[in-house]
Write a protein of this length. Structure first.
Lengths: 596, 219
């Protein structure tokens, strides 16, 4: 716990932080559409991401209908199915999770949590969103071109991605690649903002080690994204040229429909390396903000300072670094040198160490805490459980000898949905329930929230636990229909039907959540100023929701870290970051220095 | 080591709290543009690094035939060096508070940058006219890809250059154009270094790069 005494305070100079030049909107369009305010941009990012995410959700229902009840839904052809899985995967990973965590939460929380008025490059930040929107529109456009969107699978592996046997290989794949390139350009603009804002725009007293872990998670994830997305960008550009101009970057000499194509000498494996050099850090681009946010949720709602703050920061940084040297564990079956596989298996296991440290620290933060079972807290605890489950199956797949037989089975699908689908989504829900009052000044409906939580949490397990078992049975992924497959027992079909019903129910709960959001935004119970009694800076703004420029006339001054909960001697069980030591109300009317 | 030192602090202790309370806040006291450009340069470097890796990997295949050397690229390299010198002259101008030098440096830098891009265009036309070296030749494809990627970044730099020139044209003082000139110059030098690496790579035969490929594990 931080110092609540006044020692040394007399030496603290007054707040004279230089002000930034804010763009002051003068019309509805510049305030809410072409906005340069990070908070509005955050809502734009989040709204777009959730909207396209709902498309991804519907696609997953359609896939499940086909898997659960094959030959019943005649409108789902094999071509459609492959397009559904491809678009679902890409939408969820890139356009929902990445955009929502970094563009949504990053934009909203970074300036508020570091004590800045806005991002450092507001105009570039605005451009970032509009390019993201353009990327989404290009992606959607692929539904309306001849052949429809690509059905190459979200990994887009060549050569099949651009050969005529694959759905959408004429135009859909090109639009997908252009959309990805646009997304990366847009993200780079936003990412530069997030990183420079954290480094350069912190207010007085806000040292790096006083930052909430949410900011640390988003900050390191952004650096990862800035370093990893270029690999996808290069891969997307090169594959576009292979498709459009007939170059042979990734295309080997190949015969298609009995015809020798002009391609020769390209390396499909090179694309896999480029893709996964981006693809594995992408897991942590999603996970690290989730780690940071869940740390803050747990600390706030357990009324305890986060256990092992320094280790938590170190773990985020180490995980970020290690995430760049594990990518080829996605390629064990690509025919790589066994020593290569051994190296990547080792690094994969090593990354479990800092990850486990984080899990222990979350649990130890809860230990003897004054746990408030609020909805954000329920989602946070659900995340820990789910992440551990998903992480453990990751250890299975990280080992070459276990991965090879499980490769391309439903076990893999179950694993990555648990670890980077369900787990981060649970954090997103928790975060929305937590920060909704800050954004709107109203509380989300608790009853609907509990319904949403229990159906989502239990339902996710009903979907993915059996899916692991299907994988063990050898049920392959990306198969439109199994029919009579000798090594798969007939009971697998029943299990598939069960999973489909569970998925539809969980999907329905998300509609309840969306209704709750819209209803509560207008009719919800008005929130008090700091409803969760959080110590971090974003809750200490003069207005609720924070106004333009966030902080009124003067920027805040920070006197402590973001986790001063249960300070001995203090009257309240928390001390906000911007409360000076002499302003802390003591229980016994004595100003004492209380430290741990 | 400063980073490691910073990450070992204990923000919850009294002693560290007193130190941290003196932290002045970095809000815009350092040039944020400079840091932003550094990160942008890091991102662009990775793009080119990956292209170079891909190029090196492709060179190891037995059917590799290097692109024919183009004399115009030597001249283009000279233009780019002169362009960088021009920008450096402008940078020295802002540091010495000499707006006349700034103007001359910027104009010279811009003209030679345009000359470089024109020369690159000529090189593409020359290659296009060689029937034996079509786009399906991997070396030619890489040549177009890598040089065009570099040229596009140069065009992006010229947009910033035009905005800086506009400020000079409108009679802004040195203080108001200092950062723009500094950033343009840094970016120009960066693109020159990238070009020198690419130039060396594109026209080195397999034998010269044998050692490099070996240490990269590509051969």
């Amino acid at each position: 716990m931080a110092d609540v005494g006044t020692v040394g305070l007399e030496q603290v100079p007054p707040a004279e932080v230089e002000e930034m030049e804010l763009f002051h909107p003068k019309s509805f369009a510049t305030k809410y559409i072409w906005s340069q305010d990070a908070k509005i941009i955050a809502v734009q990012y989040a709204g777009t991401a959730v909207a396209i995410g709902m498309v991804g959700l519907v696609l997953s229902w359609l896939m499940r209908l086909q898997l659960g009840f094959p030959e019943i839904f005649s409108f789902i052809s094999a071509k459609d199915y492959y397009q559904f899985i491809t678009m679902h995967g890409m939408i969820m990973v890139i356009y929902l999770l990445t955009a929502l965590f970094l563009g949504g939460f990053g934009n909203y929380l970074i300036p508020l949590m570091v004590g800045a008025r806005d991002m450092v490059f507001p105009y570039v930040n605005m451009l970032s969103y509009w390019i993201f929107l353009l990327a989404v529109l290009v992606l959607i456009a692929s539904w309306f071109v001849p052949g429809g969107p690509t059905g190459a699978g979200w990994t887009l592996y060549p050569p099949q991605a651009i050969l005529s046997g694959t759905p959408g290989s004429s135009t859909g794949i090109v639009l997908m690649l252009i959309s990805l390139a646009l997304f990366i350009v847009g993200f780079t603009m936003g990412g530069l903002n997030y990183v420079v804002t954290v480094l350069q725009a912190r207010t007085r007293g806000m040292t790096m080690m006083r930052l909430p872990l949410t900011v640390w998670g988003i900050f390191v994830a952004t650096i990862l994204a800035l370093l990893a997305f270029p690999a996808l960008f290069v891969g997307a550009v090169m594959m576009t040229l292979d498709k459009m101009l007939g170059t042979s970057f990734f295309m080997p000499a190949i015969v298609e429909m009995g015809q020798q194509l002009t391609y020769r000498g390209g390396s499909p494996l090179l694309f896999q390396h480029l893709f996964w050099f981006f693809g594995h850090p992408e897991v942590y681009i999603v996970a690290l903000p989730a780690f940071g946010i869940v740390s803050d949720l747990i600390s706030t709602h357990a009324r305890r300072n986060i256990f092992g703050y320094r280790l938590m920061v170190w773990a985020i940084v180490v995980i970020g670094g290690l995430s760049f040297i594990v990518w080829a564990h996605h390629m064990y079956v690509s025919g790589m040198n066994p020593y290569f596989g051994f190296f990547f298996a080792t690094t994969t296991l090593i990354i479990a160490v800092p990850t486990a440290i984080k899990v222990y620290n979350w649990v130890l933060t809860l230990w003897k805490g004054n746990i408030q079972l609020t909805i954000p807290m329920m989602f946070a605890i659900a995340f820990i459980v789910t992440f551990v489950n998903g992480g453990i199956t990751g250890l299975f797949l990280g080992n070459v000898i276990v991965d090879v037989p499980l490769s391309d089975t439903m076990f893999v699908v179950a694993h990555f949905h648990m670890v980077m689908g369900v787990a981060p989504i649970l954090v997103i829900f928790g975060a929305i329930y937590h920060w909704f009052p800050l954004m709107t000044g109203r509380m989300l409906h608790t009853g609907l929230g509990k319904f949403h939580f229990w159906v989502t949490f239990l339902g996710a397990y009903l979907i993915y636990f059996p899916m692991h078992y299907l994988g063990f049975l050898g049920v392959p992924r990306r198969y439109y229909e199994l029919k009579d497959t000798s090594f798969v027992p007939a009971s697998a079909a029943d299990l598939n039907a069960f999973i489909t019903v569970a998925a539809l129910i969980v999907g329905f709960a998300q509609i309840v959540f969306i209704i709750n959001i819209f209803w509560s935004a207008y009719k919800g119970k008005p929130s008090e100023k700091n409803p969760w009694k959080a110590a971090s800076l974003e809750w200490q703004t003069p207005g609720l929701p924070p106004g333009h420029g966030n902080w009124g006339k003067e920027l805040p001054v920070v006197y402590r870290w973001a986790y001063d909960y249960g300070v001995p001697g203090a009257k309240d069980d928390f001390i906000p970051q911007n409360v000076a030591p002499e302003q802390v109300e003591m229980d016994n009317d004595r100003k004492e220095t209380a430290t741990t | 080591m400063r980073i490691v030192h910073a990450l070992t602090r204990k923000p919850w202790t009294t002693a560290q709290g007193i130190i941290d309370n003196h932290y002045p806040g970095d809000a815009f006291q350092r040039p944020k543009g400079k840091l932003g450009l550094r990160f942008l340069i890091a991102v662009i470097s990775i793009v080119f690094f990956l292209l170079v890796i891909a190029y090196g990997e492709r060179m190891t295949v037995v059917d590799w035939r290097p692109a024919p050397p183009r004399g115009v690229l030597w001249l283009n390299t000279v233009w780019l060096i002169l362009s960088s010198i021009g920008l450096q002259w402008a940078r020295m101008g802002v540091r010495n508070d000499r707006i006349d030098r700034v103007s001359v440096g910027l104009v010279v830098g811009g003209i030679f940058a345009i000359a470089f891009l024109t020369g690159q265009f000529l090189a593409w036309r020359q290659l296009d006219s060689l029937p034996a070296f079509g786009i399906s030749n991997p070396a030619i494809a890489f040549f177009y890809l890598i040089t065009m990627a570099h040229a596009l970044h140069m065009v992006g730099g010229l947009v910033a250059w035009i905005r800086t020139m506009e400020k000079v044209w409108r009679g802004y003082g040195v203080a108001r154009i200092r950062q723009s000139v500094e950033l343009c110059t840094t970016y120009w030098h960066f693109l020159l270094v990238i070009w020198l690496v690419l130039f060396g790579l594109l026209f080195s035969g397999n034998s010269q790069l044998e050692f490099l490929l070996k240490i990269c594990g590509l051969k």
